[in-house]
Design a protein around this ligand. Structure first.
Ligand SMILES: *Cc1c(COP(=O)(O)O)cnc(C)c1O
Length: 364
């Protein structure tokens, strides 16, 4: 078996242990004589997986009893539409902080619906666009907003909120797709959290939505059944057939997270990985250049440029030969992006850093 160092942005590296566990019980799940993929979503085998996964998300994030955890299809992208659809009725408005491609996507879906919203801040029009997270003082917040939407980590631009904004009584609704469960969070400030699994949790196919009861009670009931948060909450995400395999495998990853010390331990490792990687960029004498402001650097997606696009192409090609894959920046921005999610080990990061040092030595 020859497993590469996978720095892909999503779908992305998964804990080897979780994959092996899935492999070991793939054909005969716990003596049932069938795979969990073949079992009814209403049977006892799957039911145990489903509820354990929900409980694990709650426990890891430290969510109280006033929260519901939902498993929804449609990707994080569907949440861009569901959130305003459920919560912005009548003359209720929401604030959006625009820090990159995905926050723009969230705004776009609110706009399509013709609901009321305002842009609390954006960093689009400076330094080539989206190279930092706005500071608290820059946020123009409406004290009567239904929610403040933020994207905690900007997967394409490599920026991440290093502080949780103070939004007064207004709950934060956060797209945490690319830094979900990577560090402890200040739960009290949030009302809604969502994350597509395929970045930092598990395989593609399921989106985790956590919603506080106080917000759930404000949700509309006169919209299509599958698009109501209330439907998924009341039926514990079993109104229709859930994406059983994605939830099952995500649960194996959640167990792995718990076993390895939960979010405080993840944060520690992720910080160590960031120090090694940003250290290599900062000490490269300008060969590797990170466009992101230091106070906004992401610990999940580390983006940087080389002196020329030719060298970037060579970096990608030679990396591949050295077993380092998924390093190409998003097509909209170019350059290099190393995604260092929870399942990417410090050893993998050290391997890419020695490759970077060697590449600079021979090409610098
Ligand atoms: C990838 C990504 C999305 C889109 O996720 P899908 O599950 O593909 O819809 C949304 N937000 C962020 C921050 C992402 O990284």
């Amino acid at each position: 078996m020859n497993r590469v160092h996978n720095f892909g942005a999503g779908p992305a590296a998964l804990p080897l242990e979780a994959l092996q566990e899935a492999q070991a019980e793939f054909l005969d799940y716990k003596g049932s004589g069938m795979s969990i993929l073949e079992a009814s979503h209403r049977g006892k085998e799957y039911d145990a997986v489903h509820h354990e996964a929900m409980a694990n998300v709650k426990e890891l994030l430290g969510l109280g009893d006033d929260w519901k955890v939902l498993f929804v299809g449609g990707g994080a992208s569907l949440q861009f539409a569901m959130l305003p659809m459920n919560l912005l009725h009548g003359d209720r408005s929401a604030d959006y902080v625009v820090t990159g491609h995905w926050s723009e996507g969230a705004v776009k879906e609110a706009k399509i619906q013709g609901v009321k919203y305002s842009i609390a801040a954006t960093t689009k029009e400076e330094n080539g666009g989206f190279t930092r997270i706005p500071k608290q003082a820059e946020l123009k917040l409406d004290p009567n907003a239904a929610y403040v939407h933020i994207t905690t980590n900007n997967t394409i631009y490599g920026t991440e909120w290093q502080y949780t904004p103070d939004t007064g009584k207004v709950p934060i609704a956060a797209d945490m797709s690319s830094d979900f469960l990577s560090r402890p969070i200040e739960v009290a400030k949030y009302g809604m959290i969502y994350a597509g699994a395929q970045k930092n949790l598990g395989p593609a196919g399921v989106t985790v939505v956590a919603l506080r009861d106080a917000l759930l009670e404000q949700c509309r009931t006169d919209i299509p059944t599958m698009l109501r948060y209330r439907t998924h909450a009341e039926k514990e995400s079993l109104y229709n057939t859930p994406p059983v395999f994605a939830i099952y495998l995500s649960n194996l990853c959640l167990r792995w997270l718990k076993k390895n010390g939960g979010l405080p331990a993840m944060e520690k490792v992720n910080k160590a990985k960031g120090e090694v990687l940003y250290g290599a960029i900062d000490s490269s004498g300008g060969f590797y250049r990170g466009p992101v402001a230091k106070d906004s650097r992401s610990l999940m997606n580390v983006v940087f440029r080389l002196p020329s696009e030719e060298l970037e192409a060579k970096f990608i090609a030679e990396g591949k030969k050295a077993g380092i894959v998924g390093v190409k920046g998003h097509r909209s921005v170019g350059g290099i992006r190393l995604s260092t999610y929870n399942a990417v080990s410090l050893d993998a990061v050290k391997a890419v850093v020695s490759f970077m040092d060697e590449f600079k030595r021979t090409n610098g």
